[in-house]
Structures are given as structure tokens and as C-alpha cells.
Design a protein around this ligand. Structure first.
Ligand code: SF4
Length: 249
């Protein structure tokens, strides 16, 4: 399955991959409050909170936020400093500003509703392709793709493809993510991919030995071969050393 170029793998391989990841997700889904709702506004706010932030940090802030606000209108009309105070544990002032701006645009441009397409969602300040894809697929069950840096690394490893430095914007990565998310339950498929790449196929030390994809994973096959080779080499040198009467250290 080696693909050193930017060509995408066969459709069937991507579909098979999705099926395996969704099987893994059945027993390993992470449980967060924003996963217990279909409300597009809540999911939008949660995804904006999750940007550059660990999910566990977001849980209490999310709960506090929706104890105080329940609509774009209530956010847009909030008293000065209240949102900043709630978001303080997440540590970024730009987020509070964006929440107010987003709520204002929702209210005045989209009648208080979260848009149901990528182009309009991306008009909202701070909303890019990833957040738009997650909101559309989870809240509205649209077959929309979502790619973050974890997903890029995973595609690179599993399929042995190459990507640019900012692979999230590579056309071939987007094509793969589109095929991946073209599922009966795209929101669940995308959440499964995010959880898998965030807990198993980790950046530094991927947990290959606990991974149900390793048999077909390009990265695993290459590294496994290298490990086997080094074991063979070590074995040979051990035999040489014994024959030569040297001590084995
Ligand atoms: S085998 Fe390892 S590198 Fe391959 S997908 Fe699984 S965790 Fe990632």
C-alpha cells in the first residue's frame, strides 16, 4: 500500500479504514457534554472552545458557559466581561471576542440560526474548515469532512502518503477526508477519527501494539520490518562474538 506521492489511496481502502475506526469507537468513544446534544449552537461553541485546547480543560468551561447563556442572543447581549470571566481558564482573550462576534453575526445575518453549509459557516469569525465540518456533520448529519493536524499525521502514516507542511490544506488530504466522511453517520465517523488519532495514533509514540489497524498500516509495517532486521543483526553479531570467543555485553 505504499503511496509516496500525493495520489489518494483507493476509495475501498478508505471505506475499510472508516469501518475499522468506527468499530474501535464503539468501545472507546470519549464522553463529553457537547457530544450529548444535537444543538448546532452548542456544538459550534464547543468546537470553538476546543481549538488549540485539550478537551478535558473545556468540560467545566462549557458547562459554565451554557449555565449562563443558551442562545446567540444571550451571548450577544451579555454584560461586559462576563464571557471573558467564564473563558478565563482557557486562557485566550480572542476567544471571548470571537464568541460575541459570532453570536452577533448569527443574530443579524442568519436569523439567530447556525448556517447549514460550509461557505456560510466560514463567514463566522474564528470558524474555519475544521470547525465547520464538525458542526455540519455532528449537528446536522451532513456528509462533511473535518481535518486537523492529527488526522493529517494519521493519513500520512497509515497510507504512506506525503503531505505538505500544512497538510490540512492539501487537496489530496481533503479528498481522502471527503471519502472518509461520506458515511451514513458522518458526525460519528468524524468523532471516531478525532478520538482515534488523539488517543492511539499519537504524535510521538503511537500505540501501535494496541492498534487494530496495524496489519495494513504502512508506518507499522516499515517500523516492524526495521525492528525485525535489527533483531536479526543483533542475533548475527551475538553468534559472531560467541564464535570469536568474545564476551557478549
Ligand atoms: S499501527 Fe501505529 S502508526 Fe499505524 S495507525 Fe496504528 S497507531 Fe498509527
Amino acid at each position: 500500500m505504499e503511496l509516496s506521492s500525493r495520489h489518494i489511496p483507493e476509495r475501498e481502502s478508505i471505506i475499510e479504514l472508516r469501518q475499522k475506526i468506527m468499530r474501535w469507537y464503539r468501545n472507546n468513544a470519549r464522553c463529553y457534554p457537547w457530544r450529548k446534544t444535537n444543538d448546532p449552537f452548542r456544538i459550534l461553541i464547543a468546537e470553538m472552545m476546543l481549538q488549540r485546547t485539550k478537551a478535558n480543560q473545556v468540560v467545566s468551561v462549557y458547562k459554565e458557559f451554557f449555565t449562563n447563556f443558551n442562545s446567540p442572543e444571550s451571548v450577544s447581549n451579555s454584560a461586559g466581561g462576563k464571557i471573558e470571566k467564564i473563558l478565563k481558564p482557557l486562557g485566550s482573550r480572542w476567544r471571548a471576542k470571537n464568541f460575541k462576534k459570532v453570536s452577533h453575526v448569527l443574530l443579524h445575518t442568519f436569523g439567530g440560526k447556525v448556517p447549514d453549509n460550509r461557505e456560510e459557516l466560514k463567514i463566522l469569525p474564528g470558524v474555519g474548515d475544521y470547525v465547520a465540518g464538525m458542526v455540519l456533520s455532528i449537528a446536522l448529519c451532513k456528509r462533511e469532512w473535518a481535518v486537523d493536524s492529527n488526522v493529517v499525521r494519521f493519513f500520512r502514516r497509515y497510507f504512506g502518503i506525503s503531505t505538505s507542511k500544512d497538510g490540512r490544506r492539501d487537496a489530496h488530504v481533503t479528498k481522502m477526508a471527503k471519502i472518509y466522511s461520506f458515511s451514513k453517520n458522518p458526525g460519528r465517523a468524524n468523532m471516531a477519527l478525532i478520538d482515534f488519532t488523539g488517543t492511539i495514533c499519537l504524535p510521538q509514540k503511537p500505540l501501535c501494539n494496541s492498534c487494530n489497524l496495524r496489519r495494513k498500516c504502512d508506518y507499522f509495517k516499515k517500523n516492524d520490518n526495521q525492528e525485525s532486521k535489527s533483531k536479526v543483526i543483533n542475533r548475527k553479531s551475538l553468534v559472531r562474538n560467541i564464535k570469536g570467543g568474545k564476551e557478549y555485553v
